[in-house]
Structures are given as C-alpha cells and as structure tokens.
Ligand binder design. Sequence first.
Ligand SMILES: Cc1ncc(COP(=O)(O)O)c(C=O)c1O
Length: 401
Amino acid sequence: MSGHRGRHFLQIPGPTNVPDRILRALSAPTIDHRGPEFAVLAADLVDRLPRVFRTSGPVVTYPSSGTGAWEAALVNTLSPGDRVLAFETGHFATLWRTLAERLGLVVELVPGDWRHGVDPEVVHERLTAARARGADIRAVCVVHNETSTGVASRVAEVRPAMDAAGHDALLLVDTVSSLGSIDYRHDDWGVDVTVGCSQKGLMLPPGLGFNAVSERALEASRSARLPRAYWDWGPIIEANRDGAFPYTPPTNLLYGLREALDVLLAEGLDAVFARHARHAEATRRAVHAWALDVVPLDDREHSASLTAVFVPDGYDADQVRRLILDRYDVSLGAGLGRLTGRVFRIGHLGDLNDVWLAGALAGVEMGLTGAGVPIRPGGVQAAIDHLAATAGAPEAAGAAG
Ligand SMILES: Cc1ncc(COP(=O)(O)O)c(C=O)c1O
C-alpha cells in the first residue's frame, strides 16, 4: 500500500516472510542443471532435506504447490476404487478429499465440527468397522495442522491406534503448515507419505512440493495403478541418486531451499519448534485477554503455527482484516469455507521473533478497536508479559536438529 513505511507484516499462515539471506540466495545466477555445480547442490538437498521430516528415507521434491504434493502422494500409492479414510477437520482436509475423489478414490469422510482434530479412537473404530463390513480401507489421510482452523491433530497417536485395530493401512499426512514449525517425525510416527511445501515453515516462496516416502509406500508404489507420469516417484528418486532431476528443476528455489536448511538446522529443529510454541502461547494469551475465542476446543490441539480468532456475532472478520491492512500494513489470514467472515487467522510461523510478533499483535489490537469490535484492552500486554517471562527459555539452548 502506498503511504506505508517500513516493512509489510505478512502475518498470514503462509506464504511467510522470506528472510533476506534466503532472498539473496534465490537471486544467484541460474546454472546448468546438468552440470557439476548443480549436482553438488542436488546431492546436498537429497542428504539434508530428510532431516526436516525426521526420516532416513527419500524425500521427493516437485516444482509444485502443496496441492501437487497431495496428488503425488495419492497417485503413487493407490489404485482406482481404493477406499481411503479422511477426517473433516477443516477447509484443507475437505479439499484433499475432493482431490482424492476426482482421482477415482472412494473417500470415507468422518464428519467434523472444524474445532477438533483427528481423534485416534475414531481411527480405530472406523478401520475396524470398515473391515467388518467388507469395505477395507487402504489409506488414512490426516492433515497435521489445519491451516483454516489452527487445530493440530495428534499424529503421533494415529499409527498406534491403527496398530491396535490390527490394521496396516498406509498413513498419509499433510504437513503443509506444520513442517519446520511443529514437532513432526515421519519415521518414529509410522507415516508412509508426508506431504509438505516450501512457503510456510521453510520460509521460502511458494513453488516446491514434497513427499517424504517410507519403505512401505515405495513398496505400494510398485503395484499402485492410479495413472501417473510427471508425479511418479521412481524416475525422480533414481535421477536424484546422480544429483539430477528427470525434468528441468527450479534451480533458484533449490538455492533458496539450501539456504533455508542452513538456517533451520543451525537454529536446531527442537529450538525452532519451541520458538513457535512460545509465540503461539503468547498469541493465545493476547486473544484471551481481548475476551475473544480461538477456534480449537481441545487444549491438546492448539496449533503452534497459527491462531484462528472468532470475531463476535454481528461483526465481519473480513472488514476487520481490511482495516488492519489499510491502517497498519499487517496482512492477516481470511476465514475459509464455513468460517468465512467469522474468523481471522494470525500466522506466527517461519521467520519471526518476539518483537515482530508483538508488533503484529499491536496491529491486531488497534485494528479491532478501530473496527469497533468490543474487546477488553490488554492483549498485547498479556502477550509481551509472556514473551518477557519466557525470554531465553528452551530455544535459546539451541538444541540439535
Ligand atoms: C494444510 C494445507 N494443506 C494443503 C494446502 C494446499 O497447498 P497449496 O495452496 O500450496 O497448493 C494448504 C494451503 O495453504 C494447507 O494449508
């Protein structure tokens, strides 16, 4: 917006602020993607990217958004008519379901109120019931962090629930808005395909999609019959072994990815997660001090990467967002799907520090007041009290990534 000075506050839950050093890395000259310099870059990414997913298996990188990576996860592992179990945790889970149906899969959707995550007990019940009626489930799809609601599902508890049902379905997890922001362990949690992308916790522009792939998923891909060509993991993993891609790779985004890995791994993943959790707690304290409500109803399911905030009945969240953008140059996330106009979303993921967060919350508090929303003052104070009281806490130790 003209007239604003200083930096724009991009506080949507992705794309996130891209650090200057990553912007500089992105602007390096494009090189021959079949030459020796590129092979060194690719080999480094193949080696280090899996650490972010906490896997020792391969991670396939696509020039795509997260939606492409969803499609890749499904077409590489499943066949026409396969049944998948999905959960209506919010807007993005609903979109993933639609995509699966368009590919010819049969989706059993567990309805939800958009205020709760996936209940591991329901996973157990649904798998058992489907098997009993002869309609076995081939894959379970879970969105780790619902970007539309700020509800984070307890993915660590899903595979144990599947095991307790004696079921070996594939587990496919969307980490689009949790990767590099919220604790996630592809191997330890028994996930088969993890879907990720570049524009959120990895602090990159949009344009890269990822699939982390388990041994079982690779095995499944050998017999899966959904049509696939460009998305086929096989030729990509094969070419990656020689530091190459079977198509022209997005060289400059890959420079950015290398830089992002340097940044994340130097801070240490555990420290990154602790920083996000602390900023999320400060944000919730602000919201509660304003006497407003957040979307999640279960205290175990608060997202560390964004907070979705209800405006009181009779107020329009989009109008509040517009005013905050116009007056204070702060972009907030819109309510999506059934939450349109009812919530605004504060993104607190990626490249963020205490003062930056406090500034964003100040913009929100001034904007709510300016829009005439009846709030109690003191949200920013509550947030900075928490930030001050916990400054130098766990993340300062810089745990190993
Ligand atoms: C949880 C989640 N899954 C999937 C997507 C779709 O990703 P993309 O818009 O990059 O295709 C998004 C987008 O924000 C998301 O938040």
